[in-house]
Ligand binder design. Structure first.
Ligand SMILES: [Zn+2]
Length: 228
């Protein structure tokens, strides 16, 4: 049991170190930057699509505009012979001018939209650039701290492997069966007739079993309660 407890102690140190790497602030920030860049990229793509649609509409409007202009030019050249013809031509012209000013308004709107899409696009590009350089920085910092703990991690890993050979196979397999689970430590002492992990009181029958076997499984938390 003593050897197993030594193993658990080493395992605990290793878990703590791995936890520190897992929770490293630079690592978290680097992940955030990566996420941000992915989101920005999809926004840039959709802005690109909106800009393409706007440009196509803009070109369509320009063609319409030119068509109206040439109609107006043609009509202006027609010389009216009768007063009623003149009236007709003037009516037609006035309709065309109305159409023209509507197209002009639409064109102005469309151009404004395009300007704002471009502005948004530039902003996203600028932010993506910043995020990228931040990502490089956070990654480097994370790699640095990882490199710092690497020798210690290696040392602990070796010590753990060595200690494993000293633990009896039955205890070791009981330990390893729970090592991937959520509970840790896996082996806890028997304290004042209670489980040293969850503090549940152990019934008398179970205490007898504990005295004979030196360890029992806690019915409440699933840890092993030991008594040396
Ligand atoms: Zn318990």
């Amino acid at each position: 049991m003593q050897e197993l407890l030594k193993y658990q102690e080493l395992d605990s140190k290793l878990r703590k170190l791995n936890g520190e790497i897992e929770n490293n602030q630079n690592r978290k920030k680097a992940n955030e930057m990566q996420q941000y860049m992915r989101e920005t990229q999809s926004k840039i793509i959709s802005l690109d699509e909106s800009a393409a649609v706007l440009v196509a509409n803009l070109n369509k409007l320009k063609t319409e505009y030119n068509a109206v202009i040439s109609k107006i030019e043609q009509l202006s050249k027609v010389e009216a012979e009768k007063a009623e013809d003149l009236e007709k031509i003037e009516n037609e012209l006035s309709k065309l001018y109305d159409a023209l000013s509507k197209i002009e308004r639409d064109l102005a709107n469309m151009q404004n939209k395009l300007v704002s899409v471009n502005k948004e696009f530039e902003n996203y590009m600028k932010n993506a650039k910043t995020a990228k350089s931040n990502l490089v920085y956070y990654k480097q910092e994370f790699e640095k701290s990882k490199a710092e703990v690497a020798p210690k991690l290696d040392e602990l890993g070796k010590a753990l492997a060595e200690q494993k050979t000293k633990v009896g196979p039955e205890l070791m397999s009981k330990y390893l069966a729970k090592a991937e689970g959520r509970i840790f430590p896996i082996f806890v002492p028997f304290v004042n007739d209670r489980c040293g992990g969850c503090h549940m009181e152990i019934p008398a029958g179970k205490i007898k079993e504990l005295n004979a076997k030196h360890y029992i499984e806690c019915e409440n938390c699933g840890r092993y309660i030991y008594k040396i």
